[in-house]
Design a protein around this ligand. Sequence first.
Ligand code: ZN
Length: 420
Amino acid sequence: MSKKKLIIISNDALVREDMDYLLTKPLMKELVAKGSWVETLKTVYPSITYCCHASMITGCYPEKTHLYNNEVDEYGCKDWNWERKSIRVKTLIDAAKDAGCTTANVFWPVLGNDPNIDYNIAEYWSQTPEEPLVDALRRMGSSEQVLKEIVEPNLYYIDGHQRQHPFCDEFIFACARDMIVKYQPDLLVLHPAGIDGKRHQCGIFNDEVTEQLDYTYYWIEKLVRALKEQGLYEDTNIILTSDHGQMDVKRRCNPNALLLEAGIRPEQAYVKPVGGSAQVFIGDRAVYEKVYRLFKDAAEAGIYGFERVYTKEEAQAEERLAGDFELVLESDGYTTFSNSTEGRYMLDFDFNDYRQGHGTHGYLPEKGPQPSMVMIGPDFKKGVRVPRRNTVDMAVTAAHVMGWSLPDADGEIINEVLEG
Ligand SMILES: [Zn+2]
């Protein structure tokens, strides 16, 4: 077994443009000079966090992961796909475990109750205002050891501030740092989401987002310092990556209102908004043609905020997206989709809904600013720049350098970055 270690930090919604700012800082200059930089990544469709992270950790497109939205399919249900069992293919974590390695996670999505994670703090939160976070995390697979040694000592960072940044990210990075010090896991994955949160709230480029980049840089510096203090830095491969970009949006479209106006009830057909796209579920085959024609006409009219209606066959053939939906609606780039049924479209936003706000994502992967990735460590070349690859290539390249096996992944090894 290799003594090399791997840490993957997915900074949610960090984009190529952010790197210009981060590269004014000494440690980021050091990391990029010491490693290989894949300047832009093409993510998967839809470019929504849980779908993207399931693809990133497996190297497979959504047609194989079957993870195509944050939320579960059911109409009006706000439960998310929290648990590992929702991903239908092998993950990089399974591959590490197969090789006899120890594994750890802090807030990487869709990894709740993963039997192959030794030290797990799944991305999850209290489901009622009264529920203590420790109880919620225990339900998602955190062991008593992790709760006692990692979560409880850092709980004060997040107490009263769940899902708020910078508090939540500070908790995530502090837990990750403590795991490095206490457990020295062979594979550690973590997912801070403060940059994404600020972009939703404030739009994609502004002082609030820049401040969050400063925090993120500061916390990455603390993690690297912990690796150096533990004598692990030179033997650790570090991947700094991201899941998707964001785009500024001006309004929201309510496709369920269009269905209700046409006399179609949720039992017959309903829409699950993803953000910059929306998925249409049709329970009653008799209304399929009516629903398809309704949305096709609305897209052609050009005023509702979506520009394309994919059939499920088109979505799979063109974007490698498959699921239990029948149609996909794609934003015009200025509009996000919401669950409201109060009117066809609106200019106000509900900032408590992650699909709304001044910035959004969930649209086609080519649109808007693109995610970026830096690969640093003993297995990666120094000073290499690669213009563009796919997010699914990360797990495959990581498995290759670590000697782990992901035989059914769709991604390809990024040979340009490999040392030796
Ligand atoms: Zn995200």
